[in-house]
Design a protein around this ligand. Structure first.
Ligand SMILES: C[S@@+](CC[C@H](N)C(=O)[O-])C[C@H]1O[C@@H](n2cnc3c(N)ncnc32)[C@H](O)[C@@H]1O
Length: 310
């Protein structure tokens, strides 16, 4: 695995080894080759509205500029907007759009894009993604349902994230769910014992615990996603030896999963703390096949009340 910093000077970023890059993704993605990735997963900041004040800057190349970017290039910045709540929404899509266009460019002809978001922005992002990928390339809306934290008494407690799935070519994408972990039947008495023992393929609603606070995979990085849900995507949409990209990588969850399943990865994050977490998590990690204990955690995550409905 190689580590690069935003100021390291690249010509092109050739994929000869797993790669971790500390940089603003918008500055690095153009150095990667068209169609290089079989799977792109991103989990950007969700624009929760908790930080109401936000500045939107436009950057342009300028030798006398006030910022240094990837490869030591200088840029000047111009303040485009300071956000109110509504501007913050506009700003969010403006921030995402060029990065989503890069995701589309970088996806292999048979590749799949997984976009992780929550209920606040999911619908606006769906419209943007339809524009960039084409509506016919929309494959799924996956709901990741979990059960954690306080429950609102003034509205239905929000306990799910949304993962929008797009493919580059709706007539020729790779998808094979045979190796995906299976779930217990909700009414096992209604199917044969063989089927009950084997379990059923997951649907587009994934019940899965958040990262357990004292579990093996906990890194301490905020908003870390569980390996179990990422593993499903990697199993279904890639083969061993394929390349995965996450350019909002955080703690590097997709890197951990890809390495464990003999896939390659490129991880990008602008936060030095994220890179340190990734380094501690992945440097020297050997490939391994997930053991039964990991699969069992996923099976347990189907809530009891769901079972009792059937
Ligand atoms: C929601 S977290 C990702 C968590 C990750 N999925 C995990 O499992 O740990 C979003 C990440 O995006 C990073 N980020 C935000 N803006 C970025 C940018 N312009 N370029 C690169 N990374 C960025 C943040 O530093 C943060 O680590």
């Amino acid at each position: 695995m190689r580590f690069l910093e935003g100021t390291d000077s690249p010509n092109r970023l050739h994929l000869d080894d797993d790669l971790v890059i500390q940089a603003d993704n918008a500055e690095v993605l153009p150095f990667l080759d068209n169609g290089a990735f079989d799977l792109v997963y991103i989990d950007p900041p969700f624009n929760t509205g908790k930080v109401q004040a936000r500045k939107t800057l436009e950057t342009m190349p300028d030798a006398a500029g006030d910022r240094t970017g990837f490869g030591g290039r200088r840029y000047k910045t111009r303040l485009l907007a300071e956000s109110s709540y509504r501007d913050s929404f506009d700003d969010y899509l403006g921030f995402l759009a060029p990065r989503l266009e890069e995701a589309h460019r970088l996806l292999a002809p048979t590749g799949t894009f997984y976009f992780h978001i929550d209920y606040r922005e999911a619908h606006y992002c769906k419209l943007l993604l339809d524009e960039i990928f084409g509506r016919d390339c929309f494959l799924n809306e996956i709901i990741w349902a979990y059960d954690y934290g306080a429950r609102s008494k003034s509205r239905w407690p929000a306990k799910h994230d949304t993962i929008l799935v797009y493919v580059k070519d709706p007539t020729g994408y790779y998808y094979d769910a045979q190796t995906v972990d299976r779930e217990p039947y909700m009414a096992p008495g209604l199917v044969t014992p063989e089927k009950a023992a084997k379990g059923k393929l997951p649907t587009d609603v994934w019940w899965h615990t958040i990262v357990p606070t004292n579990g093996r995979e906990k890194t301490g990085y905020p908003t870390q996603k569980p390996e179990g849900i990422i593993r499903r995507m990697v199993h279904a949409s890639t083969k061993p030896g394929d390349w995965c990209l996450d350019f909002f990588a955080g703690s590097g969850t997709i890197g951990a999963v890809a390495a464990s399943l003999d896939r390659h990865y490129v991880l990008i994050d602008s936060n030095p703390e994220a890179i340190e977490v990734i380094r501690a998590r992945l440097d020297g990690q050997e490939s391994h096949t997930p053991d039964l204990e990991e699969t069992a955690v996923e099976a347990e995550s189907v809530p009891e009340f769901a079972t009792s409905l059937f």
